[in-house]
Ligand binder design. Sequence first.
Ligand code: BES
Ligand code: ZN
Ligand code: ZN
Length: 492
Amino acid sequence: MEIRIRDAGVETLKTDLLVLPVAEKKLQEAPLRALDLRLKGQLKQCIQKSKFAGAEGASLLYSTAGTLPASHILLVGLGQEKDIDHDGWRKAAARARREASAIGAQDIALFFAPNKDTEDRAGAAVEGALLASYQFTRYRSNSKPSAEIRMLTLFRPGLRRSAALDKTINSAQQAAAGVFLARDLVNEPPSVATARFLGEQAERVCRGRGLSVEVWGKKKIESMKLAGLLAVNRGSQEEPRFILMRYKPAGKPRKKIALVGKGITFDSGGLSLKPSKSMETMKLDMAGGAAIIATMSRLPQLRPDIEVTGYVPTTDNLPGANAQKPGDVIRYLNGKTIEVLNTDAEGRLILADALALAARQKPDYMINLATLTGACMVALGSGVGGLFSNNQDLAEHLLRCSRDTGEKLWQLPLVKEYREMIKSSVADMKNIGGAHGGAITAALILQEFVADVPWAHLDIAGPAFAESDQTICPKGGTGFGVRTLLKFLSTL
Ligand code: BES
Ligand code: ZN
Ligand code: ZN
């Protein structure tokens, strides 16, 4: 999809679909009035007959039947003017993109009312239009790709290209490409997307593209004493992998960041087997790892002046004959031990290795993404990720980024009194807590492995996977976290 900026008015632009975003009860504004005048009052009549009033999520399609250079007009509701944020623009553009496909439009022109943050709004709109075009059709025999949108024009009288506008549009395009990669990796069936496959994909997107990459096999993992990854892998026929990716800026890096992602390619629960219904979507359990690989893959294009290392421990969690057993104890490379009482609490077991390894490099910040607990979904629902941090500045920076990207995060506390709940009778800790507060006890276990590095843990069990179609994402992997991480890395 080509993106164009045009200095033009609503009456003159030739396009298949002219999109006019409208705030709630703001149907009297100049561009709409101008259109209506050209259409001899027909548009107004049509609006009056419909219930369209600019509410968020509402839209109204009008065919101009040759009376204007634009063949269709789409009004999209933005909701109450005071509540319109970047995500409102993102969703409005996503809706327009969907409508355009539905009517077979090949180019869309989005009217951009004058506003002080034209750049950010434009970035959000481009991102929304791109994100809404994602499809995963590799496994359909009869898939007709829906009509390709060739062109997205952003316009208004006086709108001009600028370096700042080009930059936000480029960032949006990069972010969307990252999100698509993460969605693809998650949507791939679990017997295809094995640990080996993830390693190959990391190599494919890093090697020769401005990133260094190492993919450790079982022997190297053994020699590095990544005991948690080996323990979880014991029930599987597939070998584990440990993926390391590094981006270095041209000059001296201002900061060093470690990103860690949970890469369980399928979570059956292990011997603590999940019921079949809960297993249906468990290919999603590498969504954290996929988000890290995807984020890393865009850094050479975005060129932040910081060093970023991505760590993805990956294996499936299966109950094979040699599987780890409840009661087993794992000894980690930082000397700490964990008693495994539930083999389904495996994410923390493999993240512990990666966090301990990453912490040794003393990064300025360490951030991990993991589909870690069903408890986090109980607390926040499926649309919001849980954010835990031992550093409030880091937490607040991530929350600001999340508000910008529309990837919702909510901070949950690391309640130190709850450490009682992870005490073990034989080891330093056990891998499960009590009946309640499961997202917190899981986070407390991770915290044991980060030493004093400023760290944030994003529990993305809910938002990593859409159970039904959404405005900016069809059912399946969402790529959650990629855009917030990219925003974070570009605002450090
Ligand atoms: N991968 C799951 C968490 C999960 C559940 C992600 C639902 C996405 C949707 C994780 O490994 C797990 O099984 N956690 C257990 C922990 C429990 C055994 C302490 C859970 O949340 O039930
Ligand atoms: Zn599990
Ligand atoms: Zn899991």
